[in-house]
Ligand binder design. Structure first.
Ligand SMILES: Cc1ncc(C[n+]2csc(CCOP(=O)(O)OP(=O)(O)O)c2C)c(N)n1
Ligand SMILES: [Mg+2]
Length: 330
């Protein structure tokens, strides 16, 4: 079935927003304006975009340490995301979470997560709650190839299958876990094959092709909404930058391999397909890009101008605080 034009346009805009957000974030990180480390996902934009195109605020996602794309695709505001990563009070978590802990429950975003694999059971819990409360919602667990070796992945997928929960296990196989090649750590060619052990469908999709992801995700989400249980969706993809902003991937990846994957950049590929098929005019795509450029510049300005959290904020929104005996803090 043909994808409606508004959806195609949204997908192009979303992928471009993710790309520009992260490119600008890297620049600001080099300048010292962002707190902590930035794990960028440029190259992987088609995955979160093609999946979240089917979701509403009534659906949940759980993310990873490489979560900016998931957040943006789920509709989080880029200015408050940027402020969060800059450690500022106007950030989505008042600057206390940073890049690896951005969350926005109002948008169904349960959080990025610094612990590899830890978002997976959160999504299963959200799916359990959606089924129990009959909200009609689904949950998506984003995770990497490395995370698929964590025990929690196997426990979560088993429980979700047994309970027929409305959850999609979305594996972003970017072929590396930090510097470890997937072939070294995963003894099967397709991580999707692991679904067989849990009696659920396992699907491999080209993670550089947003429409392919959209279609595969559409089937998995429809299945989940119909009460038929989870799907493991593996997207074969690649991160164009290092593991985090200061990582030098050339120490463990060959230049030829990088060139090959970059030639398959999902954004120009989608642009070409849209214009060649006459689905969206090149000029419309250009206006989208201009709009996003302005939005991202405004987000950087917003984040730079937002104040740091005041000292009293140390004691709010936390489960534990410093003992009162620490002098000067109270
Ligand atoms: C439980 C745990 N083990 C190790 C780490 C250190 N670590 C951070 S990211 C990462 C690699 C994760 O690889 P993958 O799941 O493929 O995600 P990718 O970084 O490729 O997106 C590792 C080992 C961690 N944060 N948490
Ligand atoms: Mg990986």
């Amino acid at each position: 079935m043909a994808i409606p034009k508004e959806k195609l346009s949204w997908m192009y805009e979303t992928m471009y927003r993710i790309r520009r957000f992260e490119e600008r974030l890297l620049e600001e990180t080099q300048k010292g304006n962002a707190m902590g480390v930035a794990h960028t996902s440029d190259g992987e934009e088609a995955g979160p975009t093609g999946i979240c195109a089917h979701l509403t605020d009534n659906d949940w996602i759980a993310s990873t340490h490489r979560g900016h794309g998931h957040c943006i695709a789920k509709g989080l505001e880029t200015n408050r995301m940027m402020a969060e990563i800059f450690g500022k009070i106007d950030g989505l978590c008042k600057g206390k979470g940073g890049s690896m802990h951005i969350a926005d429950f109002s948008k169904g975003m349960l959080g990025a997560n610094a612990i590899v694999g830890a978002g997976i059971p959160l999504a299963v819990g959200a799916a359990f709650s959606a089924k129990y409360k009959e909200t009609g919602g689904v949950a998506v667990a984003f995770f990497g190839d490395g995370a698929s070796n964590q025990g929690v992945f196997h426990e979560s997928i088993n429980l979700a299958s047994v309970f027929k929960l409305p959850v999609i296990f979305a594996c972003e196989n970017n072929h590396y876990a930090q510097s470890t090649p997937v072939e070294y750590a995963v003894p099967v060619k397709d991580i999707a094959d692991r679904a067989t052990s849990y009696g659920i469908p396992g699907v491999v999709v080209d993670g550089m092709d947003v429409t392919a992801v959209y279609e595969a995700a559409g089937e998995a989400i429809a299945r989940a909404r119909a009460g038929e249980g989870p799907t493991l969706l593996e997207m074969k993809t690649y991160r164009f930058h290092g593991h985090y902003h200061a990582d030098v991937p050339r120490t463990y990846r060959l230049e030829e391999e990088e060139i090959e994957w970059k030639a398959r950049d999902p954004i120009p590929a989608f642009e070409k397909s849209l214009t060649e098929q006459g689905l969206i005019e090149a000029s419309e795509l250009e206006s989208i890009r201009n709009k996003i450029e302005a939005e991202i510049e405004a987000a950087v300005e917003f984040a730079l101008n937002s104040p740091l959290p005041p000292i009293e904020e140390l004691y709010t929104d936390v489960y534990a605080s410093y003992p009162t005996s620490v002098k000067g803090l109270r």
